[in-house]
Design a binder for this molecule. Structure first.
Ligand code: 6GU
Length: 253
């Protein structure tokens, strides 16, 4: 899989050299390249923003560097991959909520370009230009709160996607049981010692069923725990919150 990231802050993406994603890159499973958007400016101040037309607070990202950046990265990617079109993802709090099913789909992609906006946002004509030029475009949100730019979202989305690329997580079975893989939260986990005295003197036993060796009973118990937990913490996932299964909470005003 190839991933390109366009950003004004390439250093923000440094953690993508660490741990599981760093290993996936070194192993050649993911070709991840971070680009400074200012590479595609031509003036002395490497200008990427300007004041909003019509007035208003803050600054808006100019269209020209974006258009040149997409053309440049598209050409470089097609040089490497052949006749492939990228999925262009704009992290944006006004986007479609990113979730495990999105991560699953995107992990099967050959090529994703992440485009990190900053300031108040990007000139709307950039999106129109991309759509008219045959790019597939997605706006993706991490949740209902506002970050200063797309970089932190790219870290999160890339981690969620790349760990699902075959071979990246050594034990593929661990991807099956985890939270959200089946629409439920994960069951509680225990390890040795089965009897543990905590620092305030309380003796805490792991559930005895986990020591029974009865794998059918253990699976049923875990399922029960998952459902109970999901009901307590995320009733929206069960559709028991009065908002319909899988639907987000409605406005409260
Ligand atoms: Cl994807 N971007 C920004 N800037 N803010 C966010 C977000 C994304 N998701 C939630 N808040």
């Amino acid at each position: 899989m190839r991933i390109d990231v366009l950003t004004l802050f390439p250093e923000y993406l440094a953690p993508l050299e660490l741990s599981l994603i760093g290993k996936a890159r070194r192993d050649g499973r993911v070709d991840l390249q971070v680009h400074d958007l200012r590479e595609w400016t031509h003036d002395r101040h490497r200008t990427v923003d300007d004041t909003p037309l019509g007035g208003g607070a803050g600054m808006v990202m100019k269209p020209e560097p974006w258009a040149e950046a997409f053309a440049g990265v598209r050409a470089a990617g097609q040089e490497a991959l052949g006749d492939v079109e990228p999925l262009v993802v704009f992290p944006n709090p006004a986007g479609v909520p990113f979730a495990q099913d999105t991560a699953q789909e995107w992990s099967q992609r050959t090529w994703i370009i992440f485009a990190c906006g900053r300031y108040e946002g990007i000139d709307e004509r950039v999106y129109e230009h991309l759509a008219d030029s045959g790019y597939e475009v997605a706006l993706s949100s991490l949740g209902d709160y506002v970050l200063n730019g797309g970089e932190v979202a790219v870290l999160a989305i890339t981690e969620a996607v790349v760990r699902l690329v075959p071979g990246v997580v050594g034990n593929a079975e661990s991807l099956v049981e985890e939270s959200h893989s089946d629409g439920l939260l994960e069951y509680p986990l225990y390890t040795r010692p089965a009897t543990w005295t905590d620092p305030i003197g309380v003796v805490r036993e792991a559930p005895s069923i986990l020591l029974s060796g009865d794998h059918g009973k253990i699976a049923a118990w875990r399922r029960e725990q998952s459902v109970q937990r999901t009901g307590e913490r995320r009733p929206d996932l069960l559709g028991t919150d009065g908002n319909g299964a899988g639907e987000a909470d409605g406005p409260t005003t």
